[in-house]
Design a protein around this ligand. Sequence first.
Ligand code: ZN
Length: 108
Amino acid sequence: MAVKKGDTVLVIAGKDRGKRGTVERVEQTKRGLGVVVPGLNMAKRHMRSRTRTQQAGILDLPVPIHVSNVQLVCPRCDKPTRTGVQMLENGRRVRVCKNCGEQIEGAS
Ligand SMILES: [Zn+2]
């Protein structure tokens, strides 16, 4: 099961390797699924003012990080982990941490 909104992730590749953040949204990109994490993988966008009221300048925007470049951090044991899927009695599928075996609650 993929990373979800609200998950804490560790960046394992790229310029922000070793940093952590919370997933704001999951996006389909040209290269596959990406996660947008505020403060991580920021890119400067030069904005040109199109109207008189709009300010020209440089804007920092988070660029989606490919899911293969992040690893989910378990909220229980606070370690980057792989997840397994467990079926609950009510038929709901939950992600479990392969490290500590605890359920990882998703936002959705
Ligand atoms: Zn864990």
